[in-house]
Structure formats: structure tokens, C-alpha cells
Design a protein around this ligand. Structure first.
Ligand SMILES: [Zn+2]
Length: 380
């Protein structure tokens, strides 16, 4: 797995806010709050700005130990904390739209914010406090999360009692973040509860309003190996699926579930570069036979458009759907009797070309897609 790190620097909270304003907060749908940390080492006296950031990147990538999904001890993290706040400004390590690694139990749904220095005995100086609190407020306001003691936490709320430092009062931090975000702190988690979900079955429609947020799907996919694709790669792919699906009224959950099913969570040889084949398109089992795509944008158009060709009777397609189907079928045609033959998943069984016979798994193709879709959504 790659290492999710993308150096950026903003000298002020206002510059950081301007950066956030350029991005759709839905790319961070997986985030429910912030965890504050301190670096302890480097101390403020040891801090050298960009050079220290490069040093931290090497440390996390090469030396920091972690435990993988199989419980094996590994060296080197796949990601790191998101922000590092120093007196001169706000640095980014792991991109804000990718889950980081910073606090066991919080990585899947919280940004990690490191305050540079050791706060075992001293509190943040005023300039540093303005940046650390302002960055937290900017993040929560942008993401639409109400600051509270539940959404503004410290590493000591998880597994490290000494972080972000005994001198830092987390109730004060939460209240100050709330004041800067322009809201009063609430004692309850104000995230809207997830609406009751109908399970996906083989009778679920393919053309349908989204049944899951792309950020949640991304989170689940990133919990498992993704071949040579980095979290940034996977984030790009899943977000692109969402964009293409929404423009054509396809439920992104269905298309992404089919991609995950067909590619083994992006680990299959056909899904890797240079093929980028997202759904066994044209893969017949004959040696070397299958479609390769130069860019994931093309691959996703070809996949979603082909799925749509099965789902919609041509005479009932919207103009946007017609364009996507036409584009997809230019990569590989679809026999006329298949057009509109699968408004729900059920119709794909024994029609989607790559439906493999798996003696150990008696479910039909449609049932397998439904199972994958439910697992993707529920694990999130
Ligand atoms: Zn920490």
C-alpha cells in the first residue's frame, strides 16, 4: 500500500479556510470529528518547518509500527495525521479526504491534528492556540459538524493518556473551537442519524437515488487491500464513480459494488495498471483478452454506461443516459436483446458477460452484487 501524504502549507487560518472553500465537503463524508495531538518530539525548539515535515513523513512511512487487518505487525504507516500546526502556520501531511492514522479507534472517522511541541507542562502560546483552534473550527464549519466535546477530542480520549499533553484542557479546546466556528458547544453528537436503510436485494433498481455516500464506500474499500492503488487513487476512483453515476441517475452504491465484486476490491490483475478494467469488461477467460483503459475516467464511463445499457430501455433513456450508454458501447457493443433487460440486479444474472461459475458460492450473480453492496454500506 502507498503512503498517503501531500505536503501543503497555509500561513494563516484564513488561507486554510480559502483552501477548504475550493472543495466540496462531501469528499470528507467519512469524517465525524477531530482528534487533537501533540508531537512531543519534535519539540518547538527542534522544529524546522518543511524540513521537519519531510522528516516526519519518513518516520511515519518507514519506522512507525502498526498492525494490519490480519493482526500482523508491520513497519511503516500507510497514512499519518492530517494537519500539523506550528507557530508559523498550518501544514498538511495526509490529505484531508483520506482517513489518516493517528489514534487507534478514531482513524476511520476523525481527522488527526497535531500541535507541534510538548504540552505536558506548558499550554499552547497564544499565536499557536489561535492557529490550532482556528484550524479545528475551520474544518468543522466546512464539513458541517457542530463542535462539541464529542466532535472535538484528544488522543487521550482513545489510547494515549499523555496526548495532546496534560496541560491542555480538552473541554476548553472544544469550547474555543465552538466559539471560533460561530456556534455554541452542544453536549450531544449532532450528526444526523443515518436514515433507516432497506437492504439491497436482487430486486433493487439500478437507476435509483444514491443509497450510500461515496465517502462511506471509500472508507470500507480502504479497510482492505487495494493492490497497487494508494488511498488517493482509490478516493479518486470512488469519487469519479459518484460523479458519473449521479449524472446518469445510477445509484453509485450499485456500480461501486459491482466494481468491488468484479475486481476483488481493486486487487485483480485486470483492475491494476496498465489495464484499469473496473468490471471484467471484455474479459472472457481467453488468454490476454479484455479491455484496457488509459485513464480511470474512461474505464468508469465504460462501466457505468454498460450497466446503464442493461438497466434502461433505450427509448426511455434521458439525453445524459443516452450519451453515456453510447460512449460505453463504443468500447464494446451489447447485443440488442440485452438493452433494458436488467432494470434491477436480477436481470444481470447470466447476462453480465463475466458471470463466473463459483462452485463454492451458490449465490446468483445478482445475489452476490447485493451481498457486496450491503457489506460495503454496512461496514461503513
Ligand atoms: Zn497523539
Amino acid at each position: 500500500m502507498g503512503f498517503a501524504w501531500q505536503y501543503e502549507f497555509w500561513p494563516t487560518v484564513a488561507a486554510f479556510e480559502a483552501h477548504l472553500a475550493q472543495h466540496d465537503p462531501r469528499i470528507c463524508a467519512w469524517v465525524e470529528g477531530i482528534v487533537y495531538h501533540h508531537t512531543a518530539i519534535p519539540t518547538l525548539a527542534q522544529w524546522r518547518g518543511r524540513a521537519s515535515m519531510d522528516g516526519l513523513a519518513r518516520y511515519y512511512r518507514d519506522e512507525a509500527p502498526w498492525t494490519d487487518a490480519q493482526g500482523r505487525q508491520r513497519k511503516g504507516w500507510s497514512a499519518a495525521p492530517h494537519l500539523f500546526v506550528a507557530p508559523e502556520g498550518i501544514y498538511q501531511g495526509t490529505p484531508l479526504d483520506v482517513p489518516g492514522i493517528h489514534a487507534l479507534g478514531a482513524n476511520a472517522n476523525r481527522w488527526g491534528l497535531e500541535v507541534v511541541g510538548d504540552y505536558t507542562r506548558v499550554r499552547w502560546a497564544d499565536t499557536l492556540a489561535e492557529l490550532a483552534l482556528g484550524a479545528g473550527a475551520a474544518l468543522l464549519r466546512w464539513r458541517g459538524i457542530a463542535p462539541s466535546r464529542q466532535t472535538v477530542q484528544g488522543h487521550s480520549d482513545y489510547n494515549k493518556p499523555t496526548c495532546p499533553g496534560k496541560a491542555i484542557d480538552l473541554a476548553w479546546v472544544a469550547a474555543e473551537v465552538a466559539r471560533r466556528a460561530g456556534t455554541v458547544p452542544s453536549e450531544v453528537l449532532t450528526l444526523a442519524p443515518a436514515p433507516a436503510q432497506q437492504p439491497i436485494t436482487q430486486d433493487s433498481l439500478i437507476v435509483h437515488a444514491p443509497r450510500a455516500a461515496a465517502g462511506n464506500l471509500l472508507r470500507t474499500i480502504l479497510r482492505r487491500p487495494t493492490g497497487h492503488y494508494t488511498p488517493e487513487d482509490v478516493s479518486y476512483i470512488v469519487r469519479r464513480y459518484e460523479t458519473v453515476c449521479l449524472a446518469a441517475d445510477v445509484d453509485p452504491l450499485i456500480a461501486v459494488a459491482q466494481m468491488v465484486h468484479e475486481t476483488g476490491n481493486l486487487t485483480s490483475a485486470w483492475s491494476q495498471r496498465p489495464h484499469r478494467n473496473p468490471a471484467g469488461l471484455g474479459v472472457t477467460g481467453a488468454p490476454g483478452k479484455g479491455l484496457s483503459f488509459a485513464r480511470w475516467d474512461d474505464a468508469i464511463d465504460a462501466h457505468v454506461g454498460r450497466l446503464l445499457a442493461y438497466a434502461v430501455v433505450p427509448s426511455q433513456a434521458t439525453p445524459a443516459q443516452q450519451r453515456l450508454v453510447e460512449r460505453a458501447l463504443s468500447y464494446r457493443s451489447l447485443p440488442a436483446p440485452f438493452l433494458g433487460s436488467a432494470p434491477s440486479l436480477r436481470g444481470l444474472t447470466s447476462r453480465w458477460a463475466t458471470d463466473a461459475v463459483e462452485p463454492h458460492d451458490p449465490l446468483t450473480y445478482a445475489e452476490k452484487l447485493a451481498r457486496t453492496a450491503n457489506a460495503l454500506r454496512e461496514a461503513a
